[in-house]
Design a binder for this molecule. Structure first.
Ligand code: BGC
Length: 250
């Protein structure tokens, strides 16, 4: 069995688990530490190293990170400390944990996992995975191939602010709106994405997807809308899969 440590760095928690990358399943328990606030490179590196140290593991580590990630470098920082912009995530987290880290965007990681092992398995058309958490993350696939770093949670929505400021879970809590009102807003976002991209399938992931049954009737795109199947583990599984693929190329 091919086992790789996957770590999902989120705005509120850093979660890791050993992953059987062939079958897309966790191998053993998850370990989580809270994301330090502010989530500076130094502070986050300590939390990341703590998660790695929990596992008796020496191989490469996959990391899903909540930012635009190109060649291991963060190019945005919406829900983490601004000092990440321009920082090489793989170097900073690798040095702190004594491992070789491969980093990719967190929503892209979750999307990779869902396409291979979850709700997107076998889907050949245009698929969006949307993670609904503190922010709104998007992953776009066509014929199973990822278009990385789509960042459609940052479409400008109202008052020059990104849509994640109105339609994420974080926004629902901050603005104290009911889940029904939130779902109506979120539906407007789905319809807008549909108008722009004509997807065949929307997969909804992240914390809010747990309540899918309670609001699914309010979602009206023509495309199918389904909840993610790997629950909160998609980010971890996809991060491990990303590392498994990229370690072959270095
Ligand atoms: C970030 C994305 C990330 C998403 C979910 C957004 O604010 O810009 O890179 O995927 O949050 O964490």
């Amino acid at each position: 069995m091919h086992t790789i440590l996957g770590i999902d760095v989120g705005a509120s928690g850093v979660k890791g688990a050993l992953v059987d990358v062939q079958h897309g399943k966790l191998h053993g328990e998850r370990f989580r530490v809270p994301t330090p606030q502010p989530a500076t490179p130094d502070a986050l590196a300590v939390a990341f190293a703590e998660v790695v140290a929990f596992f008796d593991y020496k191989g490469v580590v996959g990391c899903g990170f909540p930012a635009i990630v190109k060649n291991g470098v963060a190019h945005s920082a919406a829900n983490i400390d601004q000092h990440w912009i321009g920082t090489n995530i793989e170097e900073v987290l690798g040095k702190a944990s004594g491992t070789r880290v491969f980093a990719t965007n967190d929503a892209d990681a979750a999307g990779i996992a869902e396409m291979r092992h979850g709700a997107g398995k076998g889907e050949q058309g245009l698929v969006f995975l949307i993670t609904i958490g503190t922010g709104l993350g998007t992953a776009l696939f066509y014929k199973g191939v990822l278009v990385p770093n789509t960042e459609l949670g940052h479409l400008i929505w109202k008052k020059n602010k990104p849509v994640e400021a109105f339609c994420s879970s974080g926004a629902r809590e901050r603005l104290k709106i009911s889940r029904t009102d939130w779902a109506k807003r979120f539906n407007a976002y789905l319809l807008h994405l549909e108008r722009l991209f004509s997807p065949d399938l929307f997969i909804l992931g992240g914390g809010e997807s747990k309540y899918f049954e309670t609001y699914k009737n309010l979602l009206t795109p023509q495309a199918r809308v389904v909840p993610a199947q790997l629950l909160n583990n998609a980010g971890i599984i996809g991060a491990a899969a990303y590392a498994a693929e990229n370690k072959e190329t270095v």
